[in-house]
Design a protein around this ligand. Structure first.
Ligand SMILES: [Zn+2]
Length: 301
């Protein structure tokens, strides 16, 4: 298979050729650290096995037939805890006309200031007792594996539904200080949710993990395809089990105050190819609106 590097030059060729068979990629030129963005590959002619590689992780995308040909959508982002502002490669691959193409792009991640938040919790939640360390490690490994699930079929659609109707009480990205001890960044979005509030799935998907974990309490993880994973923490009741197929908006359990909490609420995690991002701006946004904020480049005319 021939790997071909496509340059921006291809774009210029468009003006002298028919655009009817063109293949293009859509991605952000620059974006804020911690925030989700959309990417797309689209073509008037069919292609197979599209993938996108971002921050060292490759995910497979679906090929869907749209009005003007074929399209593959992806949702990506960066975890404010792990990724520094800078320029990062974003590579698409696809097979078309029996040839494998590699399209090399770059995204500049801009710095975004997230505020600090001081919280007081039970001391054993800041420095857990030694006897709990084995359990905490095991749960962390299970959570990491669940958040890095990469199934091909796209079950997510936009805009995602809010998991509860309550307001945001604690935003993503806050630098958290527990009992005076800095403990990294808030890696999810908190919703106000009195204990017993039904939690519904923002995206359709399949349950990949449930548990009663030391830090996250009653938890559910849902895989929605192409690296899009949702997780719900601190639940008082979990109504689903691993392997269950979930419709968008389906209730997966009830909110609560289990695990490391200061009171009942829902902590919602959105992981995109293993990067935990700010979910809040997505609740009012469609993939089309997101893609309109990106740039498109024709990579094959
Ligand atoms: Zn939270």
């Amino acid at each position: 298979m021939n790997i071909k590097r496509c340059f921006f030059l291809c774009y210029l060729l468009l003006f002298s050729c028919s655009a009817d068979a063109s293949t293009s990629v859509t991605f952000p030129d620059s974006w804020d650290v911690g925030q989700a963005f959309a990417v797309a590959l689209s073509s008037h002619t069919s292609y197979e096995e599209p993938t996108v590689n971002w921050l060292g992780v490759t995910v497979s995308l679906d090929v869907e037939q749209g009005r003007e040909g074929y399209v593959s959508y992806g949702l990506l982002g960066s975890f404010v805890r792990d990724v520094k502002p800078g320029v990062y490669p974003l590579n698409f691959e696809f097979t078309q006309d029996n040839e494998r193409f590699l399209v090399k792009c770059e995204v500049t991640l801009r710095e975004k200031k997230y505020p600090e938040e001081h919280l007081t919790v039970d001391d054993k939640m800041v420095t857990p007792p030694k006897k709990e360390s084995g359990r905490i490690q095991k749960e962390a490994a299970l959570a990491k594996a669940a958040l890095n699930t990469k199934s091909v079929k796209r079950l997510w659609t936009t805009p995602p539904r809010r998991p509860v109707q309550g307001i945001f009480t604690s935003a993503y990205g806050l630098r958290r200080v527990y009992n005076g001890v800095p403990r990294g960044y808030h890696a999810g979005t908190d919703f106000r949710a009195p204990t017993g509030t039904p939690i519904s799935a923002p995206f359709a998907g399949e349950v990949v993990l449930t548990g009663k974990h030391y830090y996250s309490g009653g938890s559910v993880y849902i895989d929605s395809g192409n690296g899009v994973i949702s997780a719900f923490f601190h639940m008082s009741r979990v109504d689903v089990k691993k392997g269950d197929k979930i419709a968008q908006g389906q209730v997966v359990g009830l909110s609560g105050a289990t695990g490391r909490v200061t009171g009942p609420h829902l902590h919602y995690v959105l992981s995109l190819s293993g990067q935990q991002v700010d979910a809040a701006p997505l609740f009012e946004t469609s993939i089309t609106a997101l893609l309109n904020a990106m740039q498109s480049e024709i990579v094959r005319q």
